[in-house]
Design a protein around this ligand. Sequence first.
Ligand code: CA
Length: 298
Amino acid sequence: MTGPVILLVEDDEAIAAPLGRALTSHGYLVRTARTAALALDLSVELPAPDLVLLDLGLPDLDGVQVARHLRERLPLAVIVMLTARAAEVDVVVGLDAGADDYVTKPFRLGELLARIRAHLRRGVVDDRAAPLSVGDVVVDLAARRCSAGGVEVALRPREFDLLAELLRRAGEAVSRDKLMTDVWDAHWYGSTKTLDMHVSALRRKLGAAGVDPAVITTLRGFGYRYETSQPASGGSAVDPAPTSAPPSLSRRRTSATTATTATTATTATTATTATTAVNGTVATAGTGGTAAAADAGL
Ligand code: CA
């Protein structure tokens, strides 16, 4: 089973290489093209790309024309333009040519990943997927319905998205930062208290439907984990202590610094800054050694 396929069309190696690695580490199957010609060749290879990240400034063909050709070849794919040109006319022409969205360089990796997830969630990929199911709990992404033991559980939109995200990664520790980025948005720098409130609501609603609320384990100082096996009876909803070493607070502090730096970079306009921002964030992820760190800092 492979993740969604992303065709990354970018001639700037300083952006393409770290971005490609980041996407791969997030479970995407990535194909990279440095030229429009190669992009058009790769676009017809199977499995077909679910999403195309398209740099508008390519050496061999204007990006808008590439978007048009890609749209003809890939009627169902999401096309996101990466553009250093903030000029509105480029964006409008690009969207007219068949692109679905655009991201202006310099961009923050976390924001781009969140947009990709949002597009794929809305698009054909996840909605086509079989419902997520762990134990008695079933989440039907296409219908946006949740049931437990066959009984419908009424969830608010964010509760639904949060539960879906936890089920997608059932059995894995998911960091608070990752949940905030995936379920809320990349611009969220406020209190993450809202996350705890939503988890509480999920436990309460699942509990009322007969599911042990301890199925969602709190990992102190890190995040949450949706258990794939039924917790021992009488188990508390709150873990007394995480058994594996969660990322330290110092990493979280590092993340905050990175985020600030990245935000600052976002307001700058030169391509050099873009490269630095992307390299900087990916380097941070590499130091942390986990995909969670990549999200945490972004
Ligand atoms: Ca370029």
